[in-house]
Design a protein around this ligand. Structure first.
Ligand code: G3P
Length: 216
């Protein structure tokens, strides 16, 4: 399973890349708006650092505007994936952009029906938001399970990019279900490393080693 960083923060991304576990980046207008500087330059820098798929979202609401913005974003760097929201207009824009060979990530997916339609119009990725579903007492992972089953039934090549992840168990459950990618905020990636027994075990190993070294 691939791991993406859900961030537009260059320092955060630079800090995580050396781990060797990062396969790509997702951004959205909320994340890019938080960062200083020109968002296009920031996206180019992120692509240069990551050398992997980097989602950049359109903000137009009409298909024509989305297609125009999508082409502009895709021209920034070969690693840019155009992100469009799941709306009627977004579906049309996805069809047009994917037909001209651009990779499209259809975002704000909250139902299996939406994921099915996005796959039909050639989306490279669908982004179901698990955390936001859990927030309203619905099952984020239930949605992932449904999409995995549907995509397998019809051999869709669209990848399932689990978004709105809030903690390590979202990543573990997504991997158990066979999702292709999880995009995670930096804090969730840090949490994947943590286990108190690892810390306790390491401390004990080092203490025991120190005792041995002190023996005459
Ligand atoms: O990239 C979009 C998605 O991951 C948003 O997450 O935590 O705002 O629901 P969140």
């Amino acid at each position: 399973m691939k791991i993406f960083i859900d961030s537009g923060n260059i320092k955060e991304i630079e800090g995580l890349m050396p781990l060797g576990i990062i396969d790509g980046i997702t951004t959205n207008p909320s994340l890019l708006a938080k960062e200083p500087g020109d968002y296009r330059e920031n996206l180019k820098t992120i692509c240069r650092i990551v050398q992997g798929p980097t989602s950049a979202e359109v903000v137009a609401l009409d298909a024509e505007g989305m297609i125009r913005e999508g082409r502009e974003l895709a021209a920034l760097d070969e690693h840019i994936v155009v992100k469009v929201p799941f709306t009627r207009e977004g579906v049309q824009a996805c069809k047009a952009l994917s037909s001209e060979g651009k990779r499209v990530n259809v975002t704000l997916i909250f139902s299996a029906a939406q994921a099915l339609l996005a796959a039909k119009v050639g989306a490279t990725y669908v982004s179901p938001f698990v955390g936001r579903l859990d927030d309203i007492a619905s099952s984020g992972m239930g949605l992932i399970s449904d999409i995995v089953e549907i995509f397998e039934n019809y051999q869709f090549t669209t990848e399932i990019l689990v978004a709105s992840t809030r903690g390590p168990m979202h990543i573990v459950e997504a991997a158990r279900l066979g999702a292709d990618i999880c995009t995670c905020p930096a804090a969730v990636i840090e949490a994947l490393f943590k286990h108190p027994l690892t810390d306790i075990g390491l401390e004990k190993f080092l203490k025991d080693w120190e005792k041995t070294q002190k023996k005459p």
